[in-house]
Design a protein around this ligand. Structure first.
Ligand SMILES: NC(=O)c1ccc[n+]([C@@H]2O[C@H](COP(=O)([O-])OP(=O)(O)OC[C@H]3O[C@@H](n4cnc5c(N)ncnc54)[C@H](OP(=O)(O)O)[C@@H]3O)[C@@H](O)[C@H]2O)c1
Length: 278
């Protein structure tokens, strides 16, 4: 059966590749972007199956409008991909509250806005898939990425609870955790840099900036192959609650599991010491 996808941030990167793969699979796509011209220019022309709409995910009214227009055109939305986002880097103390709030407005509240707009239709259908793009940094915390990581942990934790809330309505939620992929993610056109400078953080900042500059567009992960995997995930009867994309993300899953297990064992007695005596 032909499915209808709604994808955010589809003008480039993962979003565009997922839209391309969904169209190639014969599905219909509502591809949204802050500049819909980028969707039209970046994907094969297919007016029957591709609807390109303007959406800045930080605008809840616009999210509602996109869902309305998409439903009017295709009648249903089967798969939502909350993909739009960017990396705000820098040590926590070197980021102004404004930059931190902007990061949460996009990566977390933007994801909430679009999901809130889509859910009534999915509940009415008693079916749906939601794929929330978190990160390997939503599994393991890394210095200089602490604020970005906070947004991706938030997306992952919310996804886990949401999947339980929505299971009775036949809606599956998956938190997707990519490692490093060669999109524009590390490019100056996407990444957010610090706006404050504190001497103590100069060595960390210099080392991380050098890494980012050297890795930009040279990450090991293929966005096209990622998109193909997303198509497979969306077709599963029982998709995973969390999925790691790439060997680095898989290593993060394993490191996290081992660390939690070790911590549970090491602090076992202290953990149990906090309850009222029997
Ligand atoms: N690539 C990686 O290594 C990697 C790893 C882990 C997680 N991720 C996550 O994957 C997702 C996609 O990133 P990407 O790798 O494809 O990077 P990208 O090439 O930089 O694409 C980011 C996309 O998000 C869009 N976007 C940003 N803010 C938006 C907003 N307020 N409203 C609507 N769209 C917005 C951008 O739109 P514009 O074109 O208008 O700027 C762009 O289409 C992000 O959530 C990112 O955190 C990426």
């Amino acid at each position: 059966m032909t499915k209808t996808w709604l994808i955010t941030g589809a003008g480039r990167g993962f979003g565009r590749e997922i839209a391309r793969a969904a169209l190639a699979a014969g599905d219909q796509v509502i591809a949204t972007a802050r500049e819909p011209r980028h969707v039209v220019d970046g994907l094969p022309a297919d007016p029957e199956r591709l609807l390109a709409l303007r959406l800045d995910v930080t605008d809840p009214d616009a999210a509602g409008g996109v869902v309305e227009e998409g439903l009017a055109r295709f009648g249903r939305i089967d798969i939502l991909v909350n993909n739009a986002g960017y990396g705000q880097v820098g040590a926590f103390e070197e980021l102004s509250p404004t930059l931190i709030e902007r990061q949460f407005q996009t990566n977390v509240f933007g994801t909430f806005n679009v999901t809130r707009a889509v859910l009534p239709a999915m509940r009415a259908q008693r079916a749906g898939r939601i794929l929330n793009i978190s990160s390997s940094l939503g599994i393991v915390g890394v210095d200089w990425w602490s604020v970005y990581g906070a947004t991706k942990f938030a997306v992952a934790g919310w996804s886990e609870g949401l999947s339980k809330e929505l299971a009775p309505f036949g809606i599956h939620v998956t938190s997707v955790h990519p490692g490093q992929f060669s999109t524009d993610f590390l490019d100056p056109s996407s990444i957010g840099m610090t706006d404050l400078q504190i001497d103590d953080y100069r060595p960390l900042d210099a080392a991380r900036r050098e890494f980012v500059a050297g890795r930009n567009h040279d990450q090991p992960g293929s966005p096209e192959r990622f998109a193909d995997a997303i198509i497979q995930l969306a077709a599963l009867d029982t998709p995973p609650a969390r999925w790691a994309a790439g060997s680095d993300a898989l290593a993060a899953f394993e490191a996290r599991a081992a660390q939690l297990r070790e911590s549970a064992v090491e602090w076992h007695d202290l953990s149990l010491s906090t309850e009222h005596p029997a």
